[in-house]
Design a protein around this ligand. Structure first.
Ligand code: AMP
Ligand code: ZN
Length: 470
């Protein structure tokens, strides 16, 4: 597979360094609020990258995707909520997992939290290694990375070294992209802030050190194969991750750097600070399907900006419906003749599909290839030039497309899922029984009709009440 490597600004052939295992680190969500669909554009594209490496290229994956559960914003928001940060971030981790499942993301092999003790220890150890190699200085209880100590600082973001201000310090985790500055590795505790001490003095880690330390703790000896995130992370976050990991080990950090362009909304980046965000849950609550959103997020190349609108989401839904209709039509094929030319057409589409994805993960091209095939096969069905032996071959092809795209299986799961969560149905059946015991038959009937309007039928029998989809 060829992948665009931000480090070299070129497309390069990607293979793992050793053992057929891809060691990949994905910068995960900062869990100070529910992730928005922009965040999930990045996660869905990287999920397809993961699936392509697994199912198309046959590699095993060792992917780490972290939760940033301590940074400036997490601290501010948890303080506002009057909760400890573990407790505060727990709910957004749960929300992430819910949204990730709705969008069909495969689980990474490891999903560490920055504040897990072993991770904080790894961060402290890395900072000590940086101190030993002369890359740091201390000031007022905090420890800073001295970027002048790394001659190649700026190589990922291609910084103009004139912009590097030696000795200029910054304490914020996120800062403007104009000036490179010495950044905090370990921040002295301020009143009311969470604090840890693993030999560096009381404090908490900076955002950047979290990822370098977790990547190397969980993926082993550098260089790792692949490091990924959205384009906004190139500078300062990934530049600083490189400085830390390479400063501490003396070895290259990651062979490939992959960055996903932003999802935008009406010309603007979707971002929590601008307030123009939708979550996956918002989209579902408005009656849309997560499978259509996943489709939309894959409908343009990951290195191009993608504009979100309700109209494009409706188009994605329409495309998903065409695909579903086509797959349902295959069921109607009855004659038993094989059509070798048609089967060759399918084989050629499989080749083309793989070729699209191997060309820097061209998901738009792959979807186009698949829909060209749908059109050709619909014509064959119209003309009666298709038989059951062909259908087996066609099904295999669409199953292989979907192992990477993950849209049709998601759709099927949505179709199979009852329109009301199973736990809620169980609770309402319980409430209805209780109402009947109290002889409140009006309430009991209302529960039944409410469920019916939501698509669930209740059936009372000798063994109790059962439910089914309408
Ligand atoms: P954060 O929670 O801000 O650390 O972001 C989590 C991931 O989402 C990172 O990889 C970001 O680069 C990515 N991201 C943030 N905003 C967007 C957006 N509008 N479109 C695509 N990816 C985004
Ligand atoms: Zn990171």
């Amino acid at each position: 597979m060829r992948l665009y490597n931000t480090l070299t600004r070129r497309e390069e052939a990607f293979t793992p360094r050793s053992d057929n295992v891809v060691r990949m680190y994905t910068c995960g969500l900062t869990v100070y609020s529910r992730g928005h669909i922009g965040n999930f554009r990045t996660f869905v594209c990287l999920d397809v990258l993961r699936r392509a490496l697994r199912y198309l290229e046959g590699y095993d994956m060792r992917q780490v995707m972290n939760f940033t559960d301590v940074d400036d914003r997490v601290i501010v928001e948890s303080q506002k909520a009057g909760l400890g940060i573990r407790e505060y971030t727990e709910r957004y981790i749960a929300a992430f997992l819910e949204d990730a499942a709705a969008l069909g993301l495969e689980a990474a092999e490891a999903t560490p939290r920055a504040t897990d003790e072993e991770n904080l220890r790894a961060m402290s150890d890395m900072i000590r290694a940086l101190e030993a190699r002369g890359h740091t200085y201390r000031s007022e209880g905090s420890i800073y990375f001295k970027i002048a100590s790394m001659p190649d600082y700026g190589k990922l973001a291609r910084l103009d070294h004139a912009g590097i201000q030696p000795g200029a310090r910054i304490d914020a985790d996120k800062y403007d992209k104009e000036n490179a500055r010495d950044f905090a590795l370990w921040k002295a505790t301020k009143p009311g802030e969470p604090t840890w001490d693993y030999g560096l003095g009381p404090g908490r880690p900076g955002w950047h050190i979290e990822c370098s330390a977790m990547a190397l703790r969980l993926l082993g000896e550098p260089p790792i194969d692949l490091h990924a995130g959205g384009v906004d992370l190139i500078f300062p976050h990934h530049e600083n991750e490189i400085a830390q990991a390479e400063g501490a080990t003396g070895k290259p950090f990651s062979r490939f750097w992959v960055h996903v362009e932003h999802l935008i909304l009406e010309e603007e980046k979707m971002s929590k600070s601008l307030g123009n965000v939708f979550t996956v849950k918002d989209v579902i609550d408005q009656g849309h399907r997560a499978s259509a959103l996943r489709y939309l997020l894959l409908s343009s190349h990951y290195r191009k900006q993608l504009r979100f609108s309700w109209a494009t989401l409706a188009q994605a839904e329409e495309a998903m419906r065409r695909l579903g209709d086509f797959l349902a039509r295959l069921e109607t094929v009855a004659n038993a003749n094989a059509h070798p030319a048609l089967q060759e057409r399918v084989a050629a589409a499989r080749e083309a599909f793989a070729g699209d994805l191997r060309a820097d993960l061209n998901t738009a091209g792959a979807l186009g290839t698949m829909f060209d095939l749908v059109r050709a096969l619909n014509s064959a069905i119209d003309a009666g030039d298709i038989g059951t032996p062909d259908v087996g071959v066609i099904r295999d092809a669409f199953a292989s497309f979907d192992r990477v795209l993950g849209i049709m299986s998601l759709r099927r799961a949505e179709d199979d899922r009852p329109p009301v969560p199973v736990e809620e149905i169980a609770r309402l059946i319980e409430e209805r029984q209780a109402a009947r015991r109290r002889r409140e038959f009006g309430t009991a009937d209302r529960i039944r009709t409410d469920l019916e309007t939501r698509g669930i039928l209740l059936e009372d029998g000798p063994g109790g009440t059962r439910w089914k989809k309408k």
